[in-house]
Design a protein around this ligand. Structure first.
Ligand SMILES: Cc1cc2nc3c(=O)[nH]c(=O)nc-3n(C[C@H](O)[C@H](O)[C@H](O)COP(=O)(O)OP(=O)(O)OC[C@H]3O[C@@H](n4cnc5c(N)ncnc54)[C@H](O)[C@@H]3O)c2cc1C
Length: 379
């Protein structure tokens, strides 16, 4: 008899939620992670009394009540509402595009005036394209111009998108932007979901709760001692990279990554908001995150005289850097499909989470996936 029912490779949300539910069902689990800490990408590091999101700002949002109740049963959530602002040439604009943005951009004060202005801007673009014999947008720039007109595109979309993708918008495909929702109401809440927030005390509290009473080992790479790890359990739950699991036999999948440069400032309030996007091409970073605003509100911000910020830079992924976002082009999709076909044929290995599926998932869908997983439903 093996020592464990499940060897869980990766202590991110997929692995940790799986382990938690398995333990509740009386299963014996071992969780290993190659990083020096548990929690995967939701991990935070405490600095100067502030929880710093080490793998990028994480804001929990969902409309799924079961998922919301589940996470709140672990740790209660605060009232954080994501209202990012964009900085362009020293002026601030609210996001997502809404009546506040249109007022800041054009001084319009009613939905009717805002609609008229957007339509005027779109009409200019469409007639210019028609004159040049262009019937449909040929690239991302033309697509965005057709959807929202020149002012919003040039001030809030162009530079940011070019930094994110490392290429001019004229060289990016139109399909990347399918819609650009405009809100004709004064509403800066980024998400449309019914629930959002940050766990009170930070994300590590969730990881601690999920993995309570479960044997966990950090600094352990599954591939360093694969046979040994596999011999310990009846089944493996694998949340690492799917191509690595198969020894890259069809080739390597590509990713996009972000690098973070942290700064500590001896001021209580650096930018007055958790998220500020920098939409000019000339500013090298895409966003500045001020971490304390995720968990302190109102005057409480001033209780701590220090603040920690992270500047985010979009960078090409190279071997050894963090694999953050899958690349959704034809070559990578086809390659991932070939690996997924191998994974589907496995009987004793469960593949789950963003790396093992080579799909971008927010936190809530990952949890939902585990809650509804056939293995979990079978207990
Ligand atoms: C920059 C960024 C920002 C994000 N912001 C948000 C947000 O605001 N809101 C939101 O809902 N979601 C956000 N997400 C998504 C969120 O991070 C994921 O949904 C979540 O982390 C998925 O959990 P996971 O378990 O699949 O993967 P991970 O958290 O990556 O966990 C996988 C774990 O497996 C370990 N591992 C991998 N290979 C091995 C191996 N060979 N041996 C041992 N261990 C291994 C890794 O070290 C890692 O700890 C963001 C993601 C990124 C990249």
């Amino acid at each position: 008899m093996t020592k464990y029912d499940y060897l869980i490779v990766g202590s991110g949300l997929f692995g940790a939620v799986f382990a938690h539910l398995a333990r509740k069902a009386g299963k014996r689990c071992l969780v290993i992670d190659k990083r020096s800490h548990l929690g995967g990408n939701i991990y935070c590091e405490e600095q100067h009394g502030i929880n710093v999101h080490k793998y990028g700002a994480h804001i929990f949002h969902t409309s799924n009540k079961e998922v919301w109740d589940f996470v709140n049963s672990l740790v209660p959530f605060n009232r954080y509402t994501n209202c990012p602002v964009a900085m362009y040439e020293g002026k601030l604009y609210n996001l997502p595009f809404n009546m506040n943005t249109f007022y800041q951009m054009w001084g319009v004060t009613t939905p009717e005036q805002a609609t008229a202005k957007i339509e005027e801007q779109r009409a200019e673009v469409l007639s210019a394209m028609k004159e040049q014999g262009i019937n449909a947008p040929r690239n991302l720039e033309e697509q965005a111009l057709c959807l929202v007109g020149r002012d919003i595109y040039e001030k809030l979309i162009k530079g940011y998108t070019e930094k994110q993708w490392g290429r001019p918008c004229t060289e990016l495909p139109a399909f990347i932007i399918k819609r650009l929702p405009v809100r004709l109401i004064f509403d800066n809440n980024y998400f449309n979901d019914a629930y959002q927030g940050i766990p009170i005390g930070g994300y590590n509290k969730i990881t601690e709760k999920l993995l309570e009473g479960i044997e966990c080992r950090v600094n352990e790479d599954f591939f360093a001692r694969r046979e040994y790890w596999e011999s310990l359990a009846d089944k493996v739950v694998f949340t690492g990279k799917i191509d690595e699991y198969y020894g890259y036999r069809y080739g390597k999948l590509q990713y996009r990554t972000v690098s973070f440069v942290e700064e500590v400032h001896q001021v209580p309030n650096y930018q007055g908001n958790a998220v500020v996007n920098y939409t000019e091409r000339e500013v090298p970073y895409t966003r500045i995150i001020e971490h304390k605003h995720f968990e302190s509100f109102g005057d409480a911000v001033y209780a701590n005289p220090v603040t920690v910020i992270s500047k985010e830079y979009s960078t090409e992924w190279t071997e050894g850097s963090e694999p953050f976002y899958p690349v959704n082009d034809a070559a990578n999709t086809e390659l991932a499909d070939r690996y997924r076909a191998l994974a589907a044929a496995e009987t004793n290995v469960i593949f789950g989470g963003r790396l093992a599926e080579y799909r971008y998932y927010d936190m809530a869908p990952v949890i939902e996936q585990v809650l509804n997983h056939p293995e979990v439903k079978g207990w």
